[in-house]
Design a protein around this ligand. Sequence first.
Ligand code: NDP
Length: 242
Amino acid sequence: MKFALVTGGSRGIGRAICIKMADLGYNVLINYKSNEVEANITSLLVEEKGVKSITIKFDVSDKNQVQEVLGGWIESHPTYEIEVLVNNAGIREDALMIWMKDEQWERVINTNLGGFYYVTKMVVTNMILKKYGRIINIVSLSGLKGLPGQINYSAAKAGVIGATKALAQEIGRKGVTVNAVAPGFIKTDMTDDLNEKELQTLIPLKRFGLPEEVAHVVGFLASKESAYITAEVISVNGGLYS
Ligand code: NDP
């Protein structure tokens, strides 16, 4: 049984990615932190595509939970193979540096960057042994350009970009590719508090993107045919920054 594991698959971009993985024929392991209702909705949408879906609750920023819950799942399902990993779970907690609380720094770094590390560590060894795998990290325009009010988030996403490029070089010869997708402004709960009317004037395509438009690129990178693309960062930002 081949699975795609999508962290933060309960809502937003993660949900669209889960559905895209199902379109590719993968069974989907849908991670979420607390929102069981939304995770179950994603699960239904995935199963409508005729594949299996399993929801799995753990906090990607908590090393012990990742080891116990995800590690436990992997151990108790020796015939299930995680062939695609999408590190999508993320949070933002914006504040100018002078006002930023240590906890805001720590939470954002631990979730976005720590989460990448803890989850990838659990699944990468099996990919190497099987000599096949696709790891796709959802980063951000903020990690490429740096955005004021987001030193925590920009640092975390830039960190994941660096790790993407390094890991790609470590395991390329094992048939595992590692790439990142960097969205600009995408319509989800995360951007609900932003002034879309004002911000869209800055975007060449004059609108926020849709989760499905990010998922499309993730699907492309996850496909077997993308075997010669690794260590790349692909922007999906309506031309806002290149
Ligand atoms: P949402 O806020 O809509 O959804 C966040 C998802 O992440 C939820 O599924 C949530 O689970 C999960 N999550 C949050 N923290 C944790 C955690 N500690 N452990 C496990 N799961 C967690 O976000 P988006 O869909 O907008 O963002 C998805 C990714 O895309 C993030 O990495 C984000 O940084 C990135 N991104 C988003 C942009 C945008 O404009 N929306 C732009 C650039 C990048 P639950 O439902 O249980 O809370």
